[in-house]
Design a protein around this ligand. Structure first.
Ligand code: MTE
Ligand code: MO
Length: 421
């Protein structure tokens, strides 16, 4: 099953039960903007209610798409081997070292040789006072669909960097994980040191992450500890983390750069379908749902365009800006967040959720998902193309302002629908 299929397949029990109730009411179509958040009194078209009831906000661990490389992939190693190489919580270690090829000044490197490497107990000690949680999207630069929407918990990377007492000549930081002790398999990413030490207002810290959706990070998700960089594509978020290097080099030395990717790229705003019918009847409504990845410039609208395939496309209009786009409904913050959380409730997330109301401070949240839904109707039988796109908070339509694929795939998605008489 593809990733969108996996996301669609998830069910939020609570919203489902609710929609089964109102579905029976069979009311006329109304705004779905109340659907996710309202518990009673809202009527919606049963088709739309049913479609929305299948959505779940957070992605379950097992439904994340996986991108960790290695021969063998580290998460497939047997438990004894994982323990042996430091990829179990009891045996985990992390080194923070000066780059030997540079003149970074680091007073107290955290090294295995000197017995100062950080271990699990040390990380948990830090977590007692420093732990942060936030929700953010995992998305691959070249992935057609986001990999998943996670609630991540970890300790800011800077807290561990400061333990090593860097004093100067540090301009960048690079890091990598376990790679079968084979340098050719190393997957490395890097950041300017400034991004690690400081967060712009509203941005979350770069973290050493040990929990997803309130559970310990599994080997598959990069556990015991991985990096999460909340605002960028997944290549920054190195799994099976073992080594952080402080360097005076000013150059990005990411594995992804060598693979012809732009490594300095904030998440882009873009829309994807989750559910669309393969067939529908002319003149009768059908429900469609989707997800928008809310990137650097926020989200103001999600739109769709249904057009017969035999209708010629406008010339010199690669992004269909002259087409008859219509607005879909962006769903509000869910009442129940899904993702397999214990009783469906979120643990405290001070930076994103108001503890008094349990609601997000802003919606849609940046670097997160926003789901959307709408009813579509095709007047006549035939083969149709259905497309979706976002308009970001600056008013710019997808795939602009950054249409180049190697900094994040955001081409306008198209699906085919057969409309029968
Ligand atoms: N050690 C290691 N970390 C890695 C990778 C890798 O190949 N090895 N792939 C990266 C890329 S390109 C992506 S998109 C994300 C995907 O994270 P996920 O597998 O948890 O979805 O992991 C990143 N971290
Ligand atoms: Mo990726």
């Amino acid at each position: 099953m593809d990733q969108i299929g996996r996301i669609a397949q998830e069910h939020s029990d609570v919203t489902r039960r609710y929609f089964l109730q109102i579905g029976a009411a069979g009311a006329a179509a109304l705004s779905v903007s109340k659907l996710w958040a309202t518990e009673q009194g809202t009527q919606a078209h049963p088709l739309l209610a049913e479609a929305v009831s299948k959505l779940e906000y957070l992605t379950r661990e097992e439904n994340f798409r996986n991108a960790g490389r290695g021969k063998p992939k580290p998460h497939t190693l047997p438990p004894e081997k994982l323990r042996e190489v430091g990829l179990a919580r009891e045996t985990w270690w992390l080194e923070v070292l000066p780059d030997p090829e540079s003149d970074a000044k680091v007073e107290r490197p955290l090294s295995r040789a000197s017995g100062t490497a950080l271990d699990w107990a040390g990380l948990m000690k830090l977590a007692e006072t420093r732990a942060v949680r936030f929700m953010s999207v995992m998305s691959c630069t070249n992935g057609k669909e986001p990999f998943g929407m996670g609630l991540w918990e970890g300790v800011p990377m800077r807290d561990v960097v400061w333990l090593a007492r860097p004093t100067g000549n540090v301009r960048r930081i690079f890091f990598y994980g376990y790679h079968n002790d084979d340098p050719k398999q190393r997957f490395q990413s890097s950041l300017p040191i400034g991004r690690v030490l400081e967060d712009p207002p509203g941005e979350h810290p770069v973290i050493l992450c040990y929990k997803l959706n309130n559970e310990w990070l599994t080997p598959k998700r990069g556990g015991p500890v991985r990096v999460i960089v909340p605002e960028e594509y997944g290549n920054r978020s190195v799994k099976w983390l073992q080594r952080i290097m402080l360097t005076n080099s000013f150059k990005a030395n990411d594995t992804y750069a060598e693979w012809n990717n732009d490594t300095v790229s904030h998440l882009k705003t873009c829309a994807r379908f989750i559910h669309t019918p393969e067939k529908m009847k002319a003149g009768e409504p059908a429900a469609i749902t989707g997800v928008a990845q809310v990137g650097m410039s926020g989200l103001s609208k999600v739109q769709y365009w249904l057009t017969p395939q035999d209708q010629p496309l406008a010339e010199n209009d690669p992004y269909f800006s002259k087409a008859q786009w219509k607005d879909a409904e962006i769903l509000p913050a869910p009442k129940h967040w899904g993702g397999g959380l214990d009783d469906g409730k979120l643990p405290p997330i001070p930076s994103q959720i108001d503890p008094a109301t349990g609601k997000p401070h802003e919606w849609p949240m940046r670097n997160a998902f926003a789901h959307w839904a709408t009813l579509i109707t095709a007047p006549r039988p035939g083969n149709y193309d259905l497309r979706c796109r976002t308009i970001d908070a600056n008013g710019v339509a997808q795939p602009m302002p950054r249409p180049f694929p190697k900094s994040g795939h955001n081409a306008i998605q198209k699906v085919q629908i057969v409309v029968e008489g």
